[in-house]
Design a protein around this ligand. Sequence first.
Ligand SMILES: Nc1ncnc2c1ncn2[C@@H]1O[C@H](COP(=O)(O)OP(=O)(O)OP(=O)(O)O)[C@@H](O)[C@H]1O
Length: 270
Amino acid sequence: MSLRMGRRTPTPAGPTRAAGRDTAGAHALTLDSVTRRYWRGGKDFHALEDVSMEVPQGHFLAVMGRSGSGKTTFLQCAAGLDQPTSGTVWIGDTDLSRLSEAALTRLRRDRIGFVFQSLNLVPSLTVGENTALPLLLRGMNPQDPAVRERSLKVLDAVGLADRADDSPLRLSGGQQQRVAIARALVTDPAVIFADEPTGALDPVTAREVLQLLRQAVDVSGHTVVMVTHDPQAAAWTDEAIFIEAGRIVAREERPGPETVARRLAQLGER
Ligand SMILES: Nc1ncnc2c1ncn2[C@@H]1O[C@H](COP(=O)(O)OP(=O)(O)OP(=O)(O)O)[C@@H](O)[C@H]1O
């Protein structure tokens, strides 16, 4: 699966949560009646239809469903990479639909962490520099000791502080994915979106990566939204939602691998 950049119509930057919602601040991510339509084959096609959900802070959510069900569309709309046709997405108290393109770019840079299946590390930079990249994009000076300190801290959290000066090319796939997680953590984001983060890894390495995401939730209180096909991966999360034809059709709290596999099989039968 790959993330696609969507086109947005800039609107004036403005404040935040709709009047009347009394849960401000309690949720890291809120979707309210989010619909994403495409014009396809001469008619409207709903890639996402009337999706509402709230993800509390410090929650680990798995987004599951068959191929083409709408998982990537969900992730892209939730992460501000694509604009819903209707409905609203909040990151914390910020209504994404009210942000200009520039403000949205800043929000993605400063308040959202991304971990993709493809590793997206820059081979010409060291592991430490790759980790610090979001800070440098924010305008921090690479020579600032605080940058080095912060990247070493998150690299330490993923067990790779001693590789800070290495090239990412000298790391295994699993180690590179750990660097990607460190990079996602470096800005202390409101939400980390992970798109099949273990899709390219063997089961043992996948387990290490899932353990780190779990730790980011349990130890540091981060919020993680992870798209996955894998029931074993979903079993590390607090909740799995199941998407079919653009709608959330089921949810499981504390999902076990067998329950998730059964749910997925049921989706296949519908
Ligand atoms: N730009 C687009 N134009 C038209 N249709 C689209 C576009 N992007 C996605 N779709 C359609 O929306 C539906 C949901 O796609 P999406 O990529 O969200 O599914 P997915 O669950 O992530 O699938 P996979 O697991 O195979 O990556 C699919 O039918 C897809 O063809």
